[in-house]
Design a protein. Sequence first.
Length: 251
Amino acid sequence: MAGLPLDAAFLGLALTVLVLAGTVKGLIGIGLPLITIPALSFFVGVPQAIAIMSLPILVTNGYQAFTNRELPRVARRFWPLLITLMAGVVLGASLLVTLDERTLYTVLGLAVITFGLVNLVNPSFRLPSHSERWLAPPIGFGAGVLGGLSNFFGPPIVLYLVALKLPREAFVAAVGLAFFVGALPLYSLLIAYDVYGWAEAAASLAAVLPVLCGVKLGERLRQRVPQDLFRLLVLGLLVVIGLSLLRRAWL
């Protein structure tokens, strides 16, 4: 990988983006890679941007999961999803060079946009709780395959959790735990294959603090956001994620 830029423009933009993205992450539990990776990729390549964000993504998801009082209930409820998620990551990473990413991102982007718009227009849509027993394993496995292919676990898991109508604290804990569990095997495989260099590792470590500062700010804001507004923010960001996936597929 080429060397990382260290000029004032890059450092100033990177700091601003990291704090802003951390604030969004702290507020609604998702959105960190969606904001940071496109912004950083204006200055560095996409692989470098992903590498720089690896530690902040891992640390913030671990923080949101393991400091949340809902963690024990979330872990007991969603353990089938978490186990199949890790299995899917291993398969997805192994299939990275064999599948058509354009088709994958197009289908997923359209599905995410459709779900987000349907829920914005018809907020009564929800999955019955008895469906979790048979839905959680395939959703976890599919999210793991997608994450192994693209470092993007979010859409299937977030769609699933939104449809279950989780309260906001349980939602944040479940998202953080799932993303943390999924990232562990993915980043371990990337390290094993020498995808990350020392420069990217150092930049990733330096990025943790500003992101965590943003997360703490977002958490304070979350306590003041009503449940209905929180749900609208999550669904709105899902639509943005879907559009981002379509952009990634065709541009």
